[in-house]
Design a protein around this ligand. Structure first.
Ligand code: NI
Length: 171
């Protein structure tokens, strides 16, 4: 296991559309997931997409229980999600603050669908099919955006609500 280097905004890999995963349950995929879990925990993130560690494939991990960065957020089940497809269950969106390990130190307000369905596969090729609301739905939309080469700052509608965490959330 190893903590991987996190790519930051500006790196062209973060702007690429990620390739579909064709083979499940391989030593390579298990190794990558182990590294991603360690990297996400080390950085206290709510989620991590494979392109953020330099692997341009459709694989994300996410999960939140008592995360220091999101102290009031609901729990999000720990999930490995491969080749995801998101379907909004309502056209309603809500605004909330987001951060990203590839945009360190910054926060921005991003509109996201309130309710979604997401489908995909776990690392063994088992199907995942879930509905999610609120913070859970937000995390999934943020992580899956990485697979399309989209970073959250490009989804901010009011650039006055974008800045350094320590300047916005003054103690
Ligand atoms: Ni991110």
């Amino acid at each position: 296991m190893a903590i991987r280097k996190l790519l930051r905004m500006g790196n062209p890999i973060l702007l690429k559309k990620a390739e579909k995963v064709e083979k499940f349950d391989t030593p390579e995929i298990h190794e990558l997931i182990k590294d991603m879990i360690e990297t996400m925990k080390d950085a206290e993130g709510a989620g991590l997409a494979a392109p953020q560690v330099g692997e341009s494939i459709q694989l994300v991990i996410f999960g939140v229980d008592k995360n220091e960065r999101y102290p009031e957020a609901e729990e999000v089940p720990f999930t490995v999600l491969i080749n995801p497809v998101i379907t909004p269950l309502t056209q309603d969106k809500e605004d909330d603050w987001e951060g990203c390990l590839s945009v360190p130190g910054m926060r921005g307000v991003v509109p996201r669908y309130k309710q979604i369905n997401y489908k995909g596969f776990d690392q063994y090729g088992n199907e995942i099919d879930r509905d999610a609301v609120g913070f859970h739905a937000r995390v999934v939309q943020h992580e899956c955006d990485h697979l399309l080469g989209i970073l959250y700052p490009t989804r901010i509608e009011n650039m006055k609500l974008f800045g350094y965490h320590d300047e916005i959330f003054v103690e």
